[in-house]
Design a protein around this ligand. Sequence first.
Ligand code: DC
Length: 230
Amino acid sequence: MKYRSIAIDGPSGAGKSTLAKELAQKLGFLYVDTGAIYRTVGLSARRNGIDPSDAAAVAAMLPRLTITMGYGEDGLQHMFLDGEDVTEAIRENEISAYASKAASIPAVREFLLEMQRRAAREHNVIMDGRDIGTVVLPQADLKIFLTAAPEARAERRYRELLERGQQADFDRILQEVMERDRRDMERETAPLRQADDAVLADTTALDLKGSFQLLRDIVREKLGAGEEQA
Ligand code: DC
């Protein structure tokens, strides 16, 4: 492969996107958040009044969809649904369940596969998701499985929502986290699981700074310190 790739997989709330984004900046790699792509499909289902668990209805919606990814002047990934910038809209709490349900439909995963692979063919990438090391980029130069206990992940999500001024109920969030884990791990197509050759990074007891240090140490050890630009 001409370009280098780092795959970061793990359950929701493990800090993948925050850490991957920061790491990408340090390495000068493009950060690709694949969850945002599934969220865009989820948003589309919601807007069209389609039940995200209805595989036939969601599959029928796909040919009418135009999903594109772009990078703003800020260097950050923006998602476009039929030309509209939906980067903010896909972060609504409600869209998480829509995305998770739509993501278990094989036709949806197939529809989004090439878009993800293309990014890695054209750039040095840090790509985060659930099946990057196992399905999307099995030849990635480095695979990291980033995880944390469900309670720690729910707590982070809870604080994040409060900081954004959104309503939050810890018990409900914990339940949602566990429900989403179950769906992501038990689905038949591309379930969330650690690739055999992935390095495990558990951040339960670590804050953001500690988690980032852990990831940097892994990258340094596996890819060599010379990779870093800053
Ligand atoms: O990372 P996230 O929470 O934004 O992802 C939203 C949903 O998309 C998540 O429940 C699982 C799904 N997803 C997936 O199945 N495969 C990926 N590579 C990324 C996300």
